[in-house]
Design a binder for this molecule. Structure first.
Ligand SMILES: Cc1cc2nc3c(=O)[nH]c(=O)nc-3n(C[C@H](O)[C@H](O)[C@H](O)COP(=O)(O)OP(=O)(O)OC[C@H]3O[C@@H](n4cnc5c(N)ncnc54)[C@H](O)[C@@H]3O)c2cc1C
Length: 467
């Protein structure tokens, strides 16, 4: 049925979402290109080697032999490599679309977390060891030398403040502490990293033996920093702003889907040009008092129906509860689309889709993007029947793709472990790609079960709804 102009937003959009999206009006996200990922890794490694070589060749044997020379050299190397890794860290979270399409935002974040301790640790080592070196050379103590640095070298004072900020952000990111903190608090502390790096920049060029008296290396280092800052500005701020202005989204309606779950239907312009695939998400910023300053990730719960775009949100905290109270007309800023859990990530034709709770938003949108040949087996796991949202839409899509839908409702003791239900409900699991989305514990259990049952890691695609 085509929605008529006399229908309300609710009726119009409701009718649209019950039937699959009109593919002629859609533009899927660009395909992930593995070659880009390989090139990025190669560039990262070559950069590291180049920095290390630069550090070594700028030091003469005579410099090393003087009192304190070895400590100064080691401290300098730790500083160079630490700063380089800090720039890599910035690039990992700068939302470069070509990398994001390969690893997804959570994949990039995982790498960011893995690399994270190294630059901070190396920069702390740098500060300590280089102070020791200067103290040895000047026949003085560590604390005295530190005082000299702080009093007589203005760039050094800034660098020490920068290092203190880095350590603070690093400590705040330690898993156990981060989990105790409000996400917003952690985020604000983390922003100080940008300031910390900016404060540290000058002392490297002014004092680093690799740079003093070497205008070429100074210029190269400055260009590398400027390029990294440019990437961050373009992809974290410029592109989201451009997309927000282009699509001009506003809330059209907030519809109750189930107790504690709402769909927000936005209207916008040019949505037929939006390149997005099922399973992708935006960071949404609702331009309303108290909400505008925070962007939260929510999956687009169906492929776009120009002029509509929909997200479906379970209320679990401040932001998600405020989403349920949004008024029509509220402006919406978007960052994205992000996410690599899309239909084109498949390594097989057929797919098994597993949703835990509100993870159904992603699974529903992936399902909509799958071709009939995927013959999807869809498993929806929820503690109560009313938590199975978008049920009619799921059923219609499964029917259209000649798939099978299983709802596992009730306590875990009744529905069984992921290993049990995957074995029972998807006998040909190893011939399928497995998509799973939902809370962290559930997703990791399904991944482990699928691997135990013989699914290759490359054929498992997942989105965890908390970071
Ligand atoms: C890629 C992705 C897609 C998501 N899609 C949906 C969706 O379609 N529907 C839905 O209901 N939920 C979705 N979520 C979860 C949703 O982002 C959180 O429930 C929401 O941000 C919670 O915010 P809050 O202030 O209401 O609750 P809080 O009490 O502040 O947070 C509850 C938990 O949500 C997580 N969280 C909070 N803020 C963020 C943030 N900015 N980024 C990442 N995680 C955060 C944290 O793990 C936190 O412990 C998605 C999450 C991710 C990572």
């Amino acid at each position: 049925m085509l929605p008529s102009m006399s229908m309300t937003v609710s009726e119009k959009s409701g009718a649209r979402y019950r039937s699959p999206a009109n593919r002629a009006l859609l533009r899927p996200a660009p395909q992930a290109r593995r070659a880009v990922g390989q090139a990025a890794v190669t560039a990262g490694v070559l950069g590291l080697v180049a920095v290390a070589v630069l550090g070594v060749v700028s030091e003469s044997a005579a410099d090393l032999r003087v009192r304190g020379g070895a400590a100064m050299f080691l401290g300098g190397m730790a500083g160079l490599v630490g700063m380089y890794l800090a720039l890599v860290q910035l690039l990992l979270i700068s939302r470069i679309p070509q990398l994001e399409r390969i690893l997804g935002q959570d994949g990039l974040l995982r790498w960011h977390r893995r690399v994270g301790p190294w630059p901070i640790a190396l920069l702390v080592v740098h500060a300590i060891v280089i102070t020791v070196g200067f103290a040895q050379a000047a026949h003085t103590g560590f604390l005295h030398q530190l005082g000299v640095f702080l009093r007589s070298y203005p760039d050094m004072l800034l660098a020490v403040v920068g290092l203190a900020l880095m350590v603070m952000a690093g400590v705040a990111s330690i898993g156990a502490l981060r989990r105790r903190m409000r996400r917003e608090t952690w985020w604000v502390i983390h922003l100080y990293m940008y300031l910390a790096l900016a404060l540290s920049f000058a002392h490297v060029l002014a004092l680093g033996p690799t740079f003093v008296g070497h205008p070429l290396t100074q210029a190269v280092w400055a260009v590398v920093w400027a390029a990294t800052a440019g990437v961050v500005v373009v992809y974290r701020f410029g592109l989201p702003l451009a997309r927000t202005l282009r699509y001009r989204l506003r809330v059209a309606e907030v519809r109750q889907e189930a107790p504690g779950v709402v769909s927000v239907i936005c209207t916008g312009r040019h949505l037929d040009r939006l390149r997005i695939s099922g399973g992708q998400f935006f960071a949404w910023r609702f331009m309303k008092r108290g909400l505008w300053w925070q962007a939260h990730p929510y999956t687009v719960s169906a492929l776009p129906r120009p002029p509509y775009l929909r997200l479906t949100v379970r209320q679990i905290g401040d932001h998600s509860a405020a989403v349920a109270r949004l008024r029509p007309g509220t402006r919406v800023a978007i960052e994205g689309p992000y996410g690599a859990v899309t239909p084109d990530a498949r390594t097989h034709d057929k797919a098994a889709l597993v949703a835990g709770g509100i993870g159904i938003t992603s699974i529903r949108a992936v399902l909509e993007g799958l071709p009939k040949s995927a013959r999807p087996t869809v498993i929806v796991r929820a503690p109560t029947a009313e938590q199975v949202v978008l049920r009619d839409e799921m059923a219609a899509l499964v029917k259209k793709t000649h798939g099978t839908l299983h709802e596992l409702v009730g306590p875990r003791s009744a529905t069984g472990s992921p290993r049990t239900f995957l074995r029972k409900l998807v006998p040909d699991l190893t011939d399928r790609d497995v998509y799973v989305c939902g809370p962290e514990g559930f997703v990791h259990e399904v991944i482990a079960a699928a691997q135990e049952l013989g699914v290759h890691r490359r054929s498992i695609h997942y989105e965890v709804y908390d970071w």
